[in-house]
Design a protein around this ligand. Structure first.
Ligand code: F0G
Length: 367
């Protein structure tokens, strides 16, 4: 029986022939990808029309988010080009992945973060993986503008999703979904921030369909946080705000590509409020045992919103009008442990108190 070598199990090794690598590309990997596609019986039942809903749990990547898929490609190509340093702007997950993969590649990593707007877990990652962390007095969009300028110099390779190799790596999530389901889903729902991921998924779906590996392509359905929804409002948001700091972005780099994906797939873009995001995060943890960060919960919040919607007809609704028995995939992009402050701040989780005895514990439990 063929066994893949232990040292080579990431997305480049799995999908080598679909990616711009060659035999001389040094593969920088942490065995990312191959994340679980989890069937949600409860969400499926909630659709009320025999649909099957699956959760693509990207929080189980090595640094806890989907960014690792793109980073293995970006970093491998930077290494191939002989780069010694990489730079990125981030709301926290790109920087965590860049820091880890740069260390793996033996490169220096500089991350520019919006001061005070990064969750503690993600900030800790940037530090412990050994990157140089610079907090700027501005938001993500400002940080990305700076990175673009610095990237014009030769010293640094930019590893934000404006680097096309990031998109190449991230498209492998669509390949995995098709490989596992045997075909593309009918609807794909995901959170949208800088809009690289929706671009990447659509590229993956298109490529696999063109190669005959899928008979259809899904409607790409994006959800933005209501306070950071430039694509939905078709207008740059100067001061984006949301509890979902991962997607606190007012001027997405892949705006045009995201619009094209939505248009070409007959998909849609919609918004969810911070409360809907926090409720969806809590719902998924309590009902399906899947703990995701607030930014990720935008996709679940979006589906729940649409299922609960009584507007008739709703132009942007991804659920209404879909045929019975459709398949839906929701990408949840980052692990809940990345940002424990958000749920702790918005709900009280005080433990019950008991003395140090079995009787006291049982008494507290009402037995
Ligand atoms: N979900 C999470 C957890 C994210 O960290 C991001 C983006 C997104 C969704 C949105 O993906 O930008 O491709 O549309 N995070 C970036 C970062 C901006 O710096 O970590 P997108």
């Amino acid at each position: 029986m063929f066994r893949q070598p232990l040292h080579d199990r990431g997305v480049i090794s799995r999908y080598r022939s679909f990616l711009p690598v060659n035999d001389t590309t040094p593969v920088v990997s942490l065995n990312e990808g191959s994340t679980p596609l989890i069937h949600s019986a409860k969400l499926s039942a909630l659709t009320g029309r025999g649909c099957e809903v699956f959760i693509k749990y990207e929080g189980l990547n090595p640094t806890g988010s989907f960014k690792d898929r793109g980073m293995t490609m970006a970093m491998s190509k930077a290494a191939e080009a002989g780069k010694k340093a990489v730079i990125c702007a981030s709301t926290g997950n790109t920087s965590a992945a860049a820091a880890a993969y740069a260390t793996r590649a033996g490169m220096e990593c500089v991350v520019l973060l919006p001061a005070g707007k990064i969750s503690a877990g993600k900030l800790a990652q940037a530090f412990v993986y050994g990157s140089k962390v610079i907090a700027i007095d501005g938001n993500f969009d400002d940080a990305l503008d700076l990175v673009r300028k610095i990237g014009e110099r030769d010293d640094f390779e930019v590893v934000n999703s404006i680097n096309p190799f990031r998109i190449e790596g991230q498209k492998t999530a669509s390949f995995e979904i098709i490989d596992e389901l045997g075909d593309a889903p009918d609807i794909h729902i995901l959170p949208v921030g800088n809009a690289g991921n929706i671009t990447a998924y659509w590229k993956g779906y298109e490529e696999y369909a063109a190669m005959g590996k899928a008979t259809k392509k899904p409607r790409m359905t994006g959800f933005q946080a209501a306070g950071s929804a430039p694509i939905f409002y078709n207008k740059v948001v100067e001061h984006p705000e949301t509890v979902a700091t991962a997607i606190r972005i007012g001027n997405p780099a892949s705006w045009d590509q995201a619009k094209a994906a939505i248009r070409d797939s007959k998909g849609s873009i919609d918004i969810v409020t911070d409360q809907e995001i926090l409720d969806a995060q809590a719902w998924l943890a309590a009902n399906e045992g899947i703990f995701i960060e607030p930014g990720s919960a935008a996709s679940v919040a979006g589906l729940l919103k649409c299922l609960d919607c009584h507007r008739e007809p709703c132009a942007t609704c991804p659920v209404r009008g879909i045929p019975e028995g459709s398949t839906l995939v929701l990408t949840v992009t980052g692990h809940g442990l990345k940002d424990i402050d958000a749920p702790l701040k918005h709900r009280s989780f005080a433990p019950l108190q008991a003395a140090n005895s079995m009787e006291a514990v049982l008494h507290t439990l009402g037995y």
